[in-house]
Ligand binder design. Structure first.
Ligand code: F7E
Length: 346
């Protein structure tokens, strides 16, 4: 409880990372101000599932409304600002490139300007991403690896990243950029591939659906960690003496089809692959049933084929150590979705 009086502002509080981070900071004694964008869906469901909604002061927020950002910063003068708000779905960014550029790129500049003018002691954590490495120029990727984004999302995030570096160097703003590789959990949105797999298999194995799971590129490789581990690093980054840039990753990579097989195993499927590219299917050896099918609808105009991070700097400087490995992460997500189905809550 050392941080009793500290104020943390979290934009994007209703997303996967927002919930885990808020829980972590509340346990540390922070007053948490949650910024969220009004939406049509049950916006607060994740915070409710974490059991922390009533401990957070929630405020309306939009990355594209500068006046709103200014008012919030003036009013609360937070010690720490975690910018987790974004249009974060890579595939959607190809259809909404302008919105994505505004929210994920320009929006961060608004926050930096508001900090510079109205709350210069606020420390900013910017959620940067391995998508900035895109067509990777080095394997594994680290802080000094040249960037080559492959989507409007990656490009917008890269702008935000360089703005943070620039505001650090130009105005002495404490703006830290965490280049986080993919991080998953039972709270992941169902549009992202890991959760799409676990939620669909949970429905299939319990008889809620008999449709096969439809996926795009099964060969892309990702470095998947656990979101609950990664939010602790966000906080540690803001406790350092100086703002900096850090890669957070596991150093391990797996193709999408591997995650499918692993999640399938937990449900009792023993998957063999047949056919090529858009005709490829995954068949359960025991029943002969097609459980996975490739649908080119989920291919991306430009793909990030391989991501694998080198977390050495974070390990040394932040003492970064992951607690959940790949197999346990997959099991955690699969079991959570099976439980949700049984409780009628998926
Ligand atoms: O895709 C392939 C897809 O949407 C992973 C975001 O949090 O992490 C995330 O971005 C891979 C890609 O995550 C399907 O083509 C195949 O190669 O789960 P994803 P992402 O694009 O890596 C980074 C670090 C972020 O910053 C982002 O905000 O899986 N894939 N079939 C599929 N992906 C999806 N979503 N759906 C499919 O059916």
């Amino acid at each position: 409880m050392i941080n009793k009086n500290k104020i943390a502002m979290i934009s994007g509080i209703t997303g996967q990372d927002g919930g885990y981070l808020a829980k972590f900071l509340l346990e540390k004694g922070y007053k948490v101000i949650g910024l969220y964008r009004r939406g049509a869906t049950d916006t607060f469901s994740k915070l409710r599932e974490h059991g922390i909604l009533d401990q957070i002061e929630m405020c309306d927020f939009d990355l594209l409304e500068f006046s709103n950002i200014v008012r919030l910063l003036k009013k609360y003068q937070p010690d720490e600002f975690y910018n987790l708000a974004a249009q974060s779905f890579v595939q959607a960014s190809f259809e909404e490139p302008i919105y994505t550029a505004c929210a994920d790129g320009l929006g961060v500049l608004y926050i930096l300007e508001a900090i510079r003018e109205f709350s210069p002691n606020t420390r900013l954590y910017q959620a940067s991403t391995s998508e900035m490495f895109g067509l990777v120029q080095e394997i594994p990727q680290k802080e000094t690896t040249p960037f080559y984004p492959r989507s409007p999302y990656g490009v917008a995030k890269l702008m935000a990243h360089w703005m943070c570096v620039n505001y650090r160097e130009s105005f002495g703003i404490f703006a830290t950029s965490g280049i986080l590789f993919n991080h998953e959990s039972p709270m992941r949105g169902k549009e992202f591939v890991t959760r799409k797999i676990t939620s669909h298999f949970a429905e299939m194995v319990t008889g809620l659906t008999d449709k096969p799971l439809e996926l795009g590129n099964l060969n892309a490789k990702r470095d998947w960690g656990f979101a609950g581990d990664y939010v602790k690093m966000m906080w540690l980054m803001l406790q350092q003496d100086k703002p900096d840039t850090y890669v957070i990753a596991t150093g391990e990579t797996h193709p999408i089809r591997d995650f499918v097989e692993e999640a399938g195993k937990i449900c009792g499927y023993d998957i063999k692959w047949e056919g090529k590219e858009e005709n490829e299917v995954g068949i359960d050896k025991k029943t002969g049933k097609i459980v996975v099918k490739v649908n080119p609808k989920f291919y991306r105009p430009a793909e990030v084929e391989l991501l694998i991070g080198n977390p050495e700097k974070a390990e040394k400087q932040l003492g970064w150590k992951r607690e959940v490995n790949y197999k346990s992460l997959c099991r955690m997500m699969m079991e959570a979705d099976l439980k949700r189905v049984l409780e009628g809550k998926l």
